[in-house]
Design a protein around this ligand. Structure first.
Ligand code: HEC
Ligand code: HEC
Ligand code: HEC
Length: 281
């Protein structure tokens, strides 16, 4: 992991293409021009670049479908839109001017006017190639830089008003989980009970962070930390109190899957990838 990080660091600083090679497979990613930042949050109110991309894909599809149906007015309408948005690429990020071929658009228009479906399709393929080339060089890193969630700035306050980072919270969760499992195995029920109470407390605390990203949407929190999790945490404490070790261990397994793993599968994987790609942030 360290090895890859150092590679990425070097290439981000120098802007040079690098190719770490793994058993015959190579990945190479270029750092995008800095001017792209203007078209993303927080510099912009909207993800303008991404929405332009969605439009381009829709326009390409519309033209191909109308070409198939020999619908000239349909084609002409969407070619005009494609031309406008395709040229926006270089207007937004002048450094990427060489990545596009604006001359293909007047050609596309001419073939559409002549009703030459075969040439319309060929030209669409040539345009598509410029899309694919840029994507294979830049897309993953741009997504990681501008659209992957950040947890570093998020703080949650405990009952005493002390602020914790998500990372501290995760370490406490992990410690509580393992303390419960160790104590259950070794018959230290009082320790297990106390740790199960801290587990519930740290999860409660974590729940306060969901709103930082999932604004005004209670469903993500409900799905991972809602009623079912609440019930499992309560039965866990009840089972530990009664000395039911096997049932408590089973509940711990369920909590591990339905709480920790379920959340890690959406949030932590992306976070770890982002850190591998952008170690100097
Ligand atoms: C919000 C959803 C979420 C839930 C629920 C969650 N985690 Fe995490 N976890 C994360 C994220 C995001 C990271 C990476 C961020 C970080 O480490 O700062 C992480 C990282 C971790 C780490 C690595 C910490 C480090 O030092 O790098 C551990 C250990 C961990 N979680 C344990 C747990 C355990 C155990 C549970 C369940 C009791 C749990 N997590 C529940 C989101 C979650
Ligand atoms: C000069 C570079 C460049 C060119 C040319 C380009 N794109 Fe993109 N495109 C990007 C980058 C960078 C992203 C990643 C954006 C992100 O994840 O926020 C992207 C993302 C996309 C996405 C979003 C994929 C997804 O589902 O997340 C679509 C769709 C797309 N491009 C379509 C097109 C089409 C169609 C064309 C050609 C007509 C095209 N792009 C040309 C750079 C380019
Ligand atoms: C730093 C930002 C961030 C924080 C904090 C965060 N999430 Fe998410 N979460 C995301 C992103 C990004 C996605 C994927 C896109 C989406 O669904 O919004 C996601 C997706 C999810 C999903 C899957 C989609 C769904 O709605 O079912 C769940 C469940 C979820 N989050 C739960 C939580 C819970 C619970 C917390 C708090 C403990 C939390 N998230 C905190 C960014 C965050």
């Amino acid at each position: 992991m360290k090895f890859i990080s150092i590679f990425f660091l070097v290439f981000l600083v120098s802007g040079v293409v690098i190719s770490p090679v793994h058993a015959g497979n190579s990945i190479s990613l270029d750092a995008p021009p800095a001017s792209l930042a203007k078209w993303y949050k927080p510099a912009n109110k909207r993800q303008v670049w991404l929405h332009t991309m969605f439009k381009l894909r829709r326009e390409m599809q519309a033209i191909a479908e109308y070409a198939e149906q020999h619908d000239r007015p349909g084609m002409e309408k969407w070619i005009a839109r494609l031309e406008k948005n395709y040229n926006k690429i270089a207007e937004m990020v002048p450094e990427w001017e060489k990545e596009i071929k604006p001359r293909l658009l007047p050609e596309l228009k001419m073939f559409a006017e002549k009703g030459d479906t075969a040439r319309v399709k060929k030209t669409l393929e040539m345009i598509q190639r410029t899309c694919d080339d840029c994507h294979s060089d830049y897309q993953p890193l741009v997504t990681a830089m501008y659209r992957s969630p950040h947890y570093d700035d998020i703080k949650v306050k405990d009952a005493k008003g002390v602020a914790h980072s998500i990372e501290d919270n995760m370490e406490e969760l992990s410690r509580s989980v393992n303390r419960i499992l160790i104590a259950l195995e070794d018959g230290h029920n009082a320790v297990a009970l106390k740790a199960s109470q801290s587990l519930a407390t740290y999860l409660e605390l974590l729940g306060e962070s969901c709103n930082s990203c999932h604004k005004n949407d209670p469903h993500p929190r409900e799905r991972i930390l809602g009623k079912e999790t609440q019930q499992r945490l309560e039965s866990l404490q009840a089972n530990i109190k009664k000395g039911k070790v096997k049932d408590s261990q089973k509940l711990m397994g369920e909590i591990g899957v339905s709480v920790c793993a379920r959340c890690h599968n959406t949030h932590r994987i992306v976070y770890d990838l982002r850190n591998a790609l952008l170690p100097n942030e």
